[in-house]
Design a protein around this ligand. Structure first.
Ligand code: SF4
Length: 351
């Protein structure tokens, strides 16, 4: 099947030089969500407009064919980054370059064309499917938008082909069903089918298996990997679960309170995590041999308020290794091993 992107692949005047291997460049991305808390809130924040600092200066590249994981607790900013990458949110500052095109420079019409090449899979398949549309109509919808050259019969065939690819067989038997008439696992397959029906280059998968029954999670992950090879996909895979990230990702970035804590090749980061927060997250991953249980514990306490994050290293109030400088100076992201960067003043001691 052809991709829906002949127009989208056209050169935009906004194209910038880029390494041909890189599909997505995220450069110093910042997203603050202003909050209206009234006079008292403004007073408490010394006249500044208070804002949730969801993403605060995050940079990374995703190479073509990567499964790039964004991991962290709730409130780390990972889902916000996913939406910024697709320009579903406008950044406060910083930029996203997709296949050499600076998204911030595109008009709404240019962005609409490019959207066929970048899709999202949400966590809750029931909420992301229209209950009044049949499965066939729902999956056909993006084809109608992005592939106006196809007639009704060709659109229907495209939907049947993608149903077959994601294992919904026989495809015709699913076309006229409604979302409530199929199982949760099948609904997640439909959501994946809808994301893939225009043959995108990038899929942002936001906790795609978090709501699936435990028994079908590995089946869905295997299906995503099969689709990756079949459709030549690149994934930005968002998860709070490091075991899932290890299963599917080749690169990983660990986020804490809107900042990058550590980034690297997944095997290296898992084998030798350099940031205390990564070590703590790793401690929560079950290990098959109980005698090899990790010594590090998940830190006590809640993730701090992103409206008023801690000074210096944002992890310092929860970090068992914090020293004086940690509350005063923000650590920079440093490359301590090839392809492995970490933002911690004392990371050398974990090498
Ligand atoms: Fe802990 Fe300090 Fe490293 Fe932050 S910089 S992770 S507080 S040791």
């Amino acid at each position: 099947m052809a991709k829906a992107d002949t127009k989208a692949k056209a050169m935009y005047s906004t194209q910038v030089a880029n390494d041909g291997d890189v599909l997505v460049e995220v450069d110093n991305l910042v997203k603050y969500f202003p909050i209206s808390g009234g006079f008292l809130a403004t007073l408490l924040h010394r006249g500044d407009i208070p804002a949730v600092r969801a993403v605060d200066g995050v940079s990374f590249n995703i190479k073509r064919g990567d499964v790039f994981g964004l991991a962290g607790e709730s409130g780390s900013g990972k889902s916000t980054i996913g939406r910024l990458v697709l320009r579903l949110y406008e950044p406060t500052s910083g930029k996203v370059i997709f296949d050499g095109t600076d998204l911030s420079k595109l008009s709404a019409e240019e962005m609409r064309h490019l959207r066929s090449r970048m899709q999202i899979v949400f966590q809750d398949p029931l909420a992301s499917l229209n209950p009044r549309m049949t499965l066939g109509q729902g999956v056909e919808n993006p084809v109608e938008i992005h592939m106006p050259e196809l007639n009704a019969e060709q659109r229907r065939q495209r939907v049947l082909d993608i149903f077959h690819a994601v294992g919904m067989n026989p495809p015709e038997s699913f076309y006229d069903l409604y979302p409530h008439q199929i199982s949760g696992g099948q609904r997640q397959r439909v959501v994946l089918a809808r994301a893939l029906v225009t043959h995108p280059d990038l899929v942002v998968a936001d906790e795609p298996i978090a709501m699936a029954d435990v028994s079908v999670r590995s089946i869905l992950l295997d299906l995503m990997m099969k689709m990756k090879h079949e459709f030549d996909l690149t994934y930005l895979f968002i998860t709070h679960d490091l075991a899932t990230a290890k299963y599917i990702c080749n690169r990983i970035a660990v986020l804490y309170l809107g900042k990058m804590a550590e980034m690297g090749d997944v095997d290296e980061v898992y084998a030798h995590p350099l940031h205390p927060y990564t070590q703590a997250l790793m401690a929560a991953v079950p290990v098959p041999d109980p005698t090899k249980r990790r010594k590090t514990k998940m830190p006590e306490g809640e993730i701090p308020n992103p409206i008023n994050p801690p000074s210096g290293c944002r992890f310092h109030p929860r970090c068992p290794f914090a020293i004086e400088i940690c509350s005063q100076v923000e650590p920079e992201l440093r490359e301590l091993r090839p392809n492995n960067q970490v933002a911690c003043h004392v990371a050398e001691k974990f090498m």
